[in-house]
Each structure stands twice: as C-alpha cells, then as structure tokens.
Design a binder for this molecule. Structure first.
Ligand code: PLP
Length: 446
C-alpha cells in the first residue's frame, strides 16, 4: 500500500530506522549504519544515551509543556543561565529566546535585529547582508538570507532581495587570489556592500562561522572574522553568528566563533544543542541588543507555541552536561584531527576528491572531475546523490552538501560523526567511504 508519509524524496525507498546505539543506527531488517554525519550534523553525542533518556523520563513525569505567556520553568531558566555562562565573554552577557529549529532561530535573529533598531527609533535599518553560499534555514526570512540556489529557486519572487557578498572560499577564491596576499578581499567586500546600500539601511550581517550545507565546510582564513566584526562595529551593524551547525562543541570549541576570538551580537543555535533528542533551538541575544527592547516594548515580537518547552530545555541541559562531563569538545578536536588526516590520505589515492577540509568533527569533502583544473562534474552526473546512496547501501551515512560554487554546481559531502566516535569506528568510516568512492569511480569509468 502507498505510504501517506511525505518523505524527503518520494522516489526513494528509505530504510526504516528501528533503534540506535552510540554511533550506529539499525533498520527494520537489522542492517547496521554507521552515522557518519550525525544525521544532519545533529546527533552529536550518539544515539540512545542512557543519561539523556533518564532526564527525558524524569522531566516527562513532572511536566512536558507550558505556554511561555503563562509560565516559566526551571529547565528553561537554567538553560538560559547555562548558555550565558558558556557564551558570555569579555564584552557580552547573552539572553536566550528559545525556539524549535535552526530556521526559527535565524528568523528570530533577523526580527530581533530589526526590532533592536526600531526600539532605538531607527525604522530604516531593516535589511540583512548575508553571504552567497550560505544556508540559514527554510522559513521565508531565513531563506531570504540564504545563498543556496537549490533551496531558494522555487520561492525567489517571494523572498526579500537582501544584499549578499561572497563566501571566504580559499579553494575557489571568488577574487582569484591567494591568502594572505589577498589581504582578505572577501572580508573587505562587506564594507563595499554596506556603502553601496547605505549603512542606514542595514540592520545586521549574518554568517555561519564555517559554511555547512551550502559549501561543505568552508573554513575562513585567519583574520577574516576579526575584520568582519571591525567593519560591522564601524558602521553600527549587528553581527549575527549562525552557529546552528557549528555550535555546542562540533568544531572543537563550544562555539566556533571562539576560534577567532570574536563575540557576536546575536548567536543562533539548534541541531547539536539537543543532539536530536527533542526539537530545540535558541537565539542568544547580547545585552547591548536586548536592552533597548526591554526598555521599550519589553517583548520580543516573535514566539511559538513550543518556545521554551520544558521537556526540550531539560534535554538540552542534559546534553550540554554530558558534553562537558565526557570532555567531548576536546574529543571533537582530537578525533577531528585524526579523521581529517585519514581522509586526506584517501584524497591522495582518489583523484575524485578535490579537497578535504574542516575543523574538529565538521569535515567537508569536495569532488572534482579534474583534480588540477578543479572542474566539477556536470549536474547530470548527480555524483553527490550517487555517493550518498552507495555509502548508505554499504552501511555508512554521509550528508549531501552543495560545493559552494556560485551557480550551485559541484558535488560535496559533510562527514560529521557523533563527537563520541571511537578510533576503530573512524577507521571503519574511512574504509567504507573509500570503498564507496572506488566503486563510484569504477561506475563512472574515470
Ligand atoms: N542554519 C544553519 C547553519 C544550518 O545548517 C541549518 C540547517 O541545516 C539551519 C540554519 C536550519 O535549521 P533547521 O533545519 O533546524 O531549521
């Protein structure tokens, strides 16, 4: 009988997941899959962790839902305090607005940025500059800020035409330069864009610290974010860091922006925050940004029925506690170094791989038809889909991503296993990945 569930791809026959354990997922036939991407870079502490299940059960016995206009709750209050403790730095204290998905977190960031300026009496600052090759979510505001052709194309007439600048992609430099002699043209482009639009119209600049779905892990060169923040401050523009994919330990720091010592005005979190156990996301707002709102209308003009859900807040607290107790941020760095090193070895043997790049356990692999010219495969080859399917058949899950080439061409995947992955599991991941590439290469006759 035909299923009534609308799946990601209705032409695909998906295995049915029955249970998970650690870095593995098992389907209804008992087949085992190594979760090499934590789903969509989400299940960062692995599956069915008993400590999290205990907390879920205990909280469910107390209360699972309250409406934020009627009650606060202990888990939500504690989670906001914890996130402030983790994120606050030299200059900032952060206040949390809880939502349910990364898209809602960036959408809320957009609205809070605009509201911030309105409360200060400035109604003209209502555009956000973002980068081409970026993904900030699927809701209309988040999509308007996203440079991801595939996800935007059907809705372009309905989206805001916000200004964009290029991403800091050193493998395919948009300015055809080499670092450091480029003198960070990619960061300086922000200043050009601000001047072109007029700073009086720009509320904020948004960026993923490391580009995920739209670029398969584009790590910027050193100095990039320091320069970006300098420009934002000089023109009175808020800096929003979209840490939905990078946040909560994934890159070897609690927040990826710590790699560059930059404190954003607003931070969006999701995915790894509750490690997939319940839907949970947050918009962290610095004191400087929230104060005019608190002193003005005293209410952020946003909110969802499930905002600050106590069940999800309890889970997120337990996940952060687990990450700290098991030193998983350090493990992300150590394991990431090992995995990237092993994948670079594979790249030396497999000319299909153009580049392996990453930070911590967020690793991107970009594929090319010609290693020297870096030419991507033609779209019709559909290489990424072939790779992801073949890997899944072999029992390895990897995440399909765009390669970060303007125009949407190119093939790439993200490898981002749970931070708890062990050495022999990483070795298995690499073996399955190389086998997959070899077979694809054979099928393509290249
Ligand atoms: N921001 C970033 C950086 C993401 O990677 C994603 C999802 O991939 C989102 C926002 C949207 O999050 P969600 O899919 O939870 O709405």
């Amino acid at each position: 009988m035909r299923s009534h569930l609308i799946k990601a791809d209705m032409t695909e026959v998906y295995p049915s997941a029955v249970y998970g354990h650690g870095v593995f997922i098992y389907d209804a036939q008992g087949k085992r899959y190594l979760d090499g991407s934590s789903g969509a870079v989400t299940a960062s502490i692995g599956h069915a962790v008993p400590e999290i299940i205990d907390v879920m059960t205990e909280q469910a016995k107390k209360i699972s839902f309250v409406y934020r206009s009627q009650f606060t709750s202990d888990p939500a209050e504690k989670l906001a305090d914890k996130l402030n403790e983790l994120a606050s730095g030299r200059e900032n204290d952060y206040f949390s607005f809880f939502v349910n998905s990364g898209s809602e977190a960036t959408e809320t960031a957009l609205k809070i940025a605009i509201q911030h300026w309105q409360e200060k009496g400035d109604y003209r600052k209502n555009k956000v500059i973002s980068r081409w090759s970026s993904y900030h979510g699927i809701t209309m505001g988040a999509l308007s800020m996203s440079g991801h052709i595939g996800r935007r194309e059907r809705f372009v007439p309905l989206l805001e035409s916000f200004p964009t600048i290029a991403s800091p992609n050193c493998y395919r430099c948009p300015f055809h330069q080499k670092y450091p002699s480029c003198q960070l043209m990619c960061a300086n482009e922000l200043e050009t864009a601000i001047r072109r639009e007029g700073p009086e119209h720009i509320a904020a600049f948004i960026a993923e610290p490391i580009v995920g779905a739209a670029g398969a892990v584009i790590v910027p060169p050193d100095g990039y974010y320091q320069r970006v923040k300098e420009i934002c401050d000089a023109y009175d523009i808020l800096f929003i860091a979209d840490e939905v994919m990078t946040g909560i330990g994934r890159t070897g720091k609690m927040f990826a922006m710590e790699h560059w010592g930059v404190e954003p005005d607003i931070i969006a979190l999701g995915k790894g925050m509750s490690a997939g156990y319940t839907p949970m996301a947050a918009t962290l707002v610095s004191k400087k940004v929230i104060e005019p709102i608190l002193n003005g209308s005293a209410s952020v003009m946003s909110g969802h029925t499930y905002s600050a859900n106590p069940q999800s807040a309890a889970v997120a607290l337990a996940v952060i506690d687990y990450i700290e107790k098991h030193d998983l941020i350090n493990m992300a760095e150590v394991n990431g170094d090992y995995l990237i090193h092993r994948l670079k070895d594979v790249a030396h043997r497999q000319p299909l791989i153009g580049e392996v790049r990453g930070k911590g356990l967020m690793i991107g692999v970009e594929f090319v038809s010609n290693f020297l010219t870096q030419l991507p495969f033609h779209k019709d080859v559909s290489l990424t889909n072939k790779l992801v399917r073949k890997a899944r058949d072999k029992g390895l899950l990897i995440y399909p991503a765009a390669a970060g080439i303007e125009g949407g061409d190119g093939d790439a995947v993200i490898i981002a296993p749970p931070l708890t992955i062990r050495k022999q599991e990483m070795d298995l991941l690499v073996d399955l990945f190389e086998e997959t590439i070899k077979e694809i290469q054979r099928d393509l006759h290249v």
